[in-house]
Design a protein around this ligand. Structure first.
Ligand code: HBI
Ligand code: FE
Length: 277
C-alpha cells in the first residue's frame, strides 16, 4: 500500500525516532472494532478458493478470526513464535528508509487506526485492516517471512543506487498485488488484493487484466497505478521461487540496465511475456 504524498517526513508528535507509536488498543471504540469485524467477515467469507493456502494458514495460526481489532502485543506472541516477526504500530506511511529498516529487522509497520465506514471499500493510507489482515498472515509463512527480510535489505541497498522506483515495483507486484499458481488454481497472496472485496474478485475472474508469469526484470520495468484496480498481475509458481530470485540476484547490474530501458506501461503484453489464464 503506498501513496507517497502522505508520508510523514519527520516523526509525528508522540512517535519514536523510528516512527513507531503505541498502538493504544484500549482507545479503539466499539464502532471501530465493529468495522474490523465487518471487513473481516466479508473477506473471510469470500477468500476460501481465492486466497493462497499460506494466507489461509496464517489466518488460522495467528487466530485472526477472534473478534475486534487485534491487540499487537497479544498477536505478536504468535507471530514471533512462527517466524520471529512482530508488528509495530505506526501512524501511517513512513519514509522508505525507515520502512525498509523495519522490514530488514522483522518488524512490520502497521497502521494504528482503522478506516471509517465511508472508506470501507477504499482508502489511500494503510490502516490496520489493510496491514494486519492483508499483510500479516503471509508473515507467518517462514519462506515469505524470509522474502520480506530480503526485500527490506534490498530496499536499503536500492537507496544507495537511487533505484527505489524500480525496486518498489517488485514490492508492488508481489507483496501488494501478487498472485500464485497453486495445483488447485490461481490464488491471491498480495495484501492489496486480499484486503479488498472487489479486487479479490477482479484479480482472479475479470477478463481485462493481463496475468503474466513472474519475471523479476519484467516486473521492475513495469509501471503501476495506486488509485484503481491493477491492469497487470504477476504470477509466481511458489513462494520459494520469489525468495530464491530475490536472494540470488545481484541487483546492481539490473539497475544499470533498467536505467537504459524505457518503462513498460500497464496493460502491455510483450512477445516474450508468458500469459497466464
Ligand atoms: N510505510 N507504513 C508504511 N507502509 C508501507 O507499505 C510503506 C511505507 N513506506 C514506504 C513504502 N511502503 C514503499 O516504499 C514500499 O511500498 C516500497
Ligand atoms: Fe500494504
Amino acid at each position: 500500500m503506498q501513496n507517497i504524498s502522505h508520508v510523514h517526513q519527520t516523526p509525528p508528535a508522540g512517535a519514536n525516532s523510528d516512527w513507531t507509536v503505541p498502538q493504544n488498543w484500549d482507545r479503539f471504540s466499539a464502532d471501530e472494532h465493529a468495522i474490523w469485524d465487518r471487513l473481516f467477515a466479508r473477506q473471510s467469507a469470500m477468500l476460501p478458493g481465492r486466497a493462497a493456502d499460506a494466507f489461509l494458514r496464517g489466518i488460522d495460526v495467528l487466530k485472526l478470526s477472534r473478534p475486534g481489532i487485534p491487540e499487537y502485543c497479544e498477536l505478536n506472541a504468535r507471530l514471533m513464535a512462527a517466524t520471529g516477526w512482530q508488528i509495530v504500530a505506526v501512524p501511517g506511511l513512513v519514509p522508505d528508509a525507515v520502512f525498509f529498516e523495519h522490514l530488514a529487522n522483522r518488524r512490520f509497520p502497521a497502521g494504528n487506526f482503522i478506516r471509517t465506514p465511508e472508506q470501507l471499500d477504499y482508502l489511500q493510507e494503510p490502516d490496520v485492516f489493510h496491514d494486519v489482515f492483508g499483510h500479516v498472515p503471509m508473515l507467518s509463512d517462514p519462506v515469505f517471512a524470509d522474502y520480506m527480510v530480503a526485500y527490506g535489505k534490498g530496499g536499503l541497498r536500492s537507496l544507495g543506487f537511487g533505484a527505489l522506483d524500480h525496486l518498489a515495483r517488485l514490492y508492488w507486484y508481489t507483496v501488494e498485488f501478487g498472485l500464485i499458481q497453486q495445483a488447485d488454481g490461481l490464488r491471491i497472496y498480495g495484501a492489496g488484493i486480499v484486503s479488498s472485496f472487489a479486487e479479490s474478485i477482479f484479480a482472479l475472474e475479470d477478463p481485462s487484466p493481463k496475468r503474466l508469469a513472474f519475471d523479476l526484470f519484467r516486473v521492475m520495468r513495469t509501471q503501476y497505478r495506486i488509485d484503481d484496480f491493477q491492469q497487470n498481475y504477476f504470477v509466481i509458481a511458489s513462494i520459494d521461487e520469489l525468495l530464491k530470485v530475490t536472494v540470488e540476484t545481484d541487483f546492481a547490474p539490473l539497475y544499470a540496465r533498467l536505467d537504459m530501458l524505457p518503462d513498460i506501461a500497464i496493460g502491455t503484453v510483450l512477445e516474450d511475456d508468458v500469459l497466464i489464464g
